[in-house]
Write a protein that binds this ligand. Structure first.
Ligand SMILES: [Zn+2]
Length: 425
């Protein structure tokens, strides 16, 4: 009944990426990036706390009459006293120096003010950075971890690393009730997903929404299709319209915060196997937020010998979860408090019997310790009956996009080929 911990697999990864725009998907033309042409140089400065825009211009060597003029033009678009600290200011000059020709000031991530030198002073214009929406299709095979598969994905070459991290985070959030990506991934697991992405003119992702995802874990496929019921916020459902949500998250820490997630499997997240000590250990930096995996009531918060600082939460149906070696408590976690699923209740530490910062997590049912990945929990509410027709239509559309990608069969075939070549050699 209990799944054994997985063997450690470190191998090169192979990933296939397909990214294209399909007719019928929302798309608009991008506004060209704002770049200086060749004979010009751009000096980038950013506004620090306590420094006014005027002072910044002075530091950049502008004469006071000139910067006074520029500030007048700037005021037509925005208040120079209301600029946020850290705002980027780009000063464009000719290659051989001299007075600035043009200055751009970021107001926020969607707007900037462009100032241009005219015959009689400065002119200003407010520029809205138009975001474009496109769809990214990604498919691949996992050789060691989801992190290495997606962060090291050569096919995603044009996608900034930060956006790839976001993609892993999205997958982790969609499958957080079903799979513990930090310890259940096996060599040869495959994934494919369709992500609708909003991009800024510089190509970075402003937001990204998973429309459909498939993960084949140990031969078992999991699906998540995004759908927005009429009276509820959007969520993810499997192919039968059952919610992906469960009464418990599979793990109390986000995948991105688990130490091994970033390294090349050199360090395993599971310091000791579940069987050996009736709990799961997650290596993470001290101070990493720890979430209650299910809603319930805090029944213990204090010092527990080898556990160090420990919190016990009692849940419906005889469940109890335990979080140990904490460095501190979060607000709202005192004994008797109601906590909700995903609520931060404490922070990773190394109190009690711990050789390094990690979270020790236990789940008990009816007084007996169980491995969270070995129990099946009922799903939350399915797609409402009133929305069934629309759900089926939208599901079929999204599924077609997903199934159009290379799937598990493709990767299996390729592995077979690889074996044949080996035996010939
Ligand atoms: Zn432990």
């Amino acid at each position: 009944m209990l799944s054994a911990a997985l063997p450690l697999v470190a191998a090169a990864l192979t990933v296939v990426l397909v990214s294209w725009n399909r007719p019928g998907l929302p798309e608009t033309d991008a506004v060209g990036g704002v770049y200086a042409s060749a004979p010009e140089v751009v000096e980038v400065r950013s506004l620090s706390t306590g420094v006014t825009f005027g002072q910044l211009l002075e530091d950049a060597g502008m004469r006071s009459a000139d910067s006074g003029n520029l500030l007048l033009a700037f005021r037509e678009q925005a208040n120079p006293r209301r600029m946020r600290s850290g705002a980027e200011v780009r000063i464009v000059r000719r290659r051989w120096g001299g007075d600035p020709l043009r200055i751009e000031v970021d107001l926020d991530r969607d707007r900037l003010v462009r100032l241009e030198r005219a015959r009689s002073g400065w002119t200003s214009s407010l520029i809205e950075l138009v975001t474009t929406t496109d769809t990214v299709f990604v498919a691949g095979e996992i050789r060691s971890s989801l992190w290495t598969a997606i962060l090291g994905n050569e096919g995603l070459g044009g996608v900034p690393l930060a956006d790839r991290r976001q993609m892993v985070g999205r997958l982790d959030r969609v499958f957080q009730w079903q799979i513990d990506f930090s310890r259940q991934i096996r060599q040869g697991d495959t994934y494919r997903f369709v992500l609708e992405r909003e991009r800024r003119p510089d190509g970075s992702m402003r937001s990204g929404q998973l429309l459909a995802a498939e993960l084949v874990n140990g031969g078992r496929p999991y699906y998540a299709i995004r759908f927005e019921p009429s009276d509820e916020p959007a969520s993810w459902f499997d192919l039968e319209g059952q919610s992906v949500r469960r009464a418990f998250l599979m793990k109390p820490i986000e995948l991105s915060r688990i130490s091994s997630g970033f390294t090349n499997s050199r360090f395993h997240p599971i310091l000791r196997r579940w069987r050996a000590h009736r709990g799961v250990d997650y290596a993470a930096d001290s101070g990493t937020p720890v979430q209650a995996t299910g809603s319930g009531v805090v029944i213990r918060r204090g010092w527990g010998d080898s556990y160090g600082r420990v919190i016990d939460v009692r849940h419906p149906n005889g469940f109890l979860t335990r979080y140990a070696h904490l460095s501190g408590w979060a607000r709202g976690s005192a004994v008797g408090s109601r906590v909700t699923q995903g609520q931060v209740i404490g922070y990773v530490g190394m109190t009690g019997l711990a050789t390094g910062p990690h979270l020790h997590y236990e789940m008990h049912v009816g007084g007996r310790a169980v491995d969270p990945i070995a129990i099946d929990l009922p799903a939350e509410d399915p797609v409402p009956a009133a929305d069934m027709a629309r759900w089926e239509r939208e599901r079929d559309g999204r599924l077609r996009l997903l199934l159009g990608l290379p799937g598990p069969e493709t990767f299996r075939e390729r592995r077979t080929e690889a074996r044949v070549v080996d035996s010939d050699g």
